[in-house]
Unconditional design. Structure first.
Length: 525
């Protein structure tokens, strides 16, 4: 493999993982691996920064893991040393942390500023039966079927839907295929949906806990990062017998450049991006509306899709922003009062209470407080939490505006009123920074689809290229997870290099009769 060069388009987790497995299992020299990143730093959607411009911390997403589902991620980080202790792996650090910090939600659902009983699912008998029937329905029969087409209107007022959709960010118009995959993948945790006891977390945010150690390992092994570099097109040699990438065109500070791809080289293509064209607001400014695509991840995929039908159909996922967007917000607290008041509602130490959903919020707000500190250099007197809303275009209950048009000040005001902290509103807001973020494609991977809308990781007759990331097809796997990105990378590397290895197996709890029995009892509780 010493003559093989690998080019990875996109600097997200899938590309970083592919580079890792190219070195570890493919025995490529790191110096022969190049990662093209459109942004100034690698990590893709796994970002988290101390935002000096706004005097607060910021992250577009907040991710929770689980002990069985994330097997590919665990395989990856079991080989990466931590930044603080080279003798300890990131997985060992993760396990030690989760032995100490346990999640227990006693206020999973909140209404009128107080917890409600989240344990009974409150569904009709018909919808309970439909859930069980869904698990055994062939995906081909569910192509392009929406969740709202499958269940009754009453289902969307049930506790099960409140807990499921806010944990995983599903909307009624999303694909019932993806919902089915999620239920099967997390079936072992169904009985804990109201308590969130199955949740596992990284010690810090995922950028510092996963991306930085991985990126550091890659750099030490010679991997080349081309930052602020946009791949604009790929040239292909296409025949009935083979498909090959012949050249890569990209722009950087020097203008347009082209790299010729030899017959021994391989190319990994990240198509689409859930955080593409995100816009950030401030305490006094709402995020800008997105009117046209600017980031290159979708533009490139749209070009490639015209080359071959096997390269997928990006329009299925990116053509309806109003159905794929939501607004997230990161709050930096410089006064402990908010968390002290929250602990009276949750009856848990802040950072161990799991996700909280406000069911009577027009915006449908959910938020979570991670264990503190959530950033490595975060001062002791500072706390951070993150939230989002699934109905950003509805008028708020207290702030009579669409959330998508609100400043951080207005979003925090709405949240404070829902939690009944109005008596302390001036003190909380004056000591807090709330940074909103509008993400137009954040749930685009859940849009209703059919076979072929997502390209295979390695298309038929591909000689030297693969698709990786959230918009390729991995049977039985669930998008919108770190595991999907890592497993796509494993699949691509092992297939292109013709290695006698298989990706980390997907955990299938539904093959366990005891779990199935417990799930049936849970559905009817």
């Amino acid at each position: 493999m010493s003559e093989t060069k690998a080019y990875l388009i996109g600097g997200g987790l899938s590309s970083l993982s592919a580079a890792f497995y190219l070195i570890k299992d493919g025995e490529l020299e790191g110096r022969n691996i190049t990662i093209f990143e459109e942004l100034h730093t690698a990590g893709g959607s796994l970002d988290a920064i101390d935002h000096p411009e706004h005097n607060g911390y910021f992250m577009r997403g907040f991710r929770m893991l689980e002990q069985f589902v994330y097997s590919a991620v665990f395989d990856l980080i079991s080989n990466i040393p931590t930044l603080d202790d080279p003798q300890k792996t990131v997985l060992e650090e993760f396990n030690e942390f989760n032995e100490k910090v346990k999640t227990l939600a006693l206020a999973r659902l909140v209404r009128n500023g107080a917890p409600i009983d989240a344990r009974p699912f409150k569904m009709t008998i018909s919808d309970r039966i439909k859930i069980l029937r869904l698990l055994s329905t062939n995906e081909r029969k569910l192509e392009n079927v929406k969740i709202e087409d499958y269940f009754s209107p009453a289902f969307f007022d049930s506790n099960l839907w409140y807990e499921f959709c806010t944990t995983f960010s599903f909307q009624p118009w999303h694909s019932v295929i993806e919902m089915k995959r999620y239920i099967l993948r997390f079936i072992q945790d169904a009985h804990q949906m109201d308590t969130s006891e199955c949740i596992r977390s990284t010690p810090l945010n995922q950028f510092e806990s996963i991306v930085l150690p991985l990126k550091t390992w890659l750099i030490k092994n010679g991997v080349q990062f081309r930052r602020n570099c946009s791949v604009t097109d790929l040239g292909f040699d296409l025949t009935d017998q083979k498909k090959m990438v012949s050249h890569i065109s990209f722009t950087n500070g020097n203008g347009q450049e082209t790299i010729e791809i030899s017959k021994n080289d391989i190319v990994f293509i990240s198509t689409g991006s859930m955080t593409s064209d995100s816009t950030i607001g401030s305490m006094d400014k709402a995020p800008e509306k997105v009117t046209e695509r600017k980031d290159n991840a979708w533009i490139l995929w749209e070009k490639l899709s015209k080359t071959s039908l096997e390269f997928g159909r990006p329009a299925v996922f990116n053509s309806n922003i109003d159905k794929s967007k939501w607004v997230s917000f990161t709050v930096t607290l410089k006064d402990p009062l908010f968390l002290q008041l929250l602990e009276k509602i949750t009856q848990r130490k802040a950072g161990s209470e799991g996700p909280i959903t406000i069911t009577d919020s027009n915006w449908f707000i959910s938020f979570g407080v991670p264990n503190q500190p959530h950033f490595k250099c975060q001062p002791e007197n500072i706390s951070v939490f993150w939230g989002y809303a699934l109905h950003p275009d509805k008028l708020g209950n207290f702030v009579k505006k669409k959330m998508s048009e609100c400043t951080g000040h207005e979003i925090l005001t709405e949240l404070i009123h829902h939690l009944k902290f109005e008596e302390h509103i001036d003190r909380i807001i004056s000591s807090s920074v709330c940074i909103p973020c509008l993400m137009p494609y954040i749930t685009s991977q859940f849009m209703p689809r059919k076979l072929g809308d997502r390209p295979q990781v390695v298309p038929k007759n591909s000689e030297n290229f693969a698709f990786i990331g959230q918009y390729c097809e991995i049977p039985d796997d669930i998008v919108f997870t770190l595991d999907y990105s890592v497993r796509s990378a494993q699949t691509a590397v092992y297939t292109l290099l013709k290695l006698n290895k298989k990706p980390t197996p997907i955990y299938k709890g539904h093959h366990n009769p005891l779990i199935i029995l417990r799930t049936i009892k849970t559905v009817f509780r």
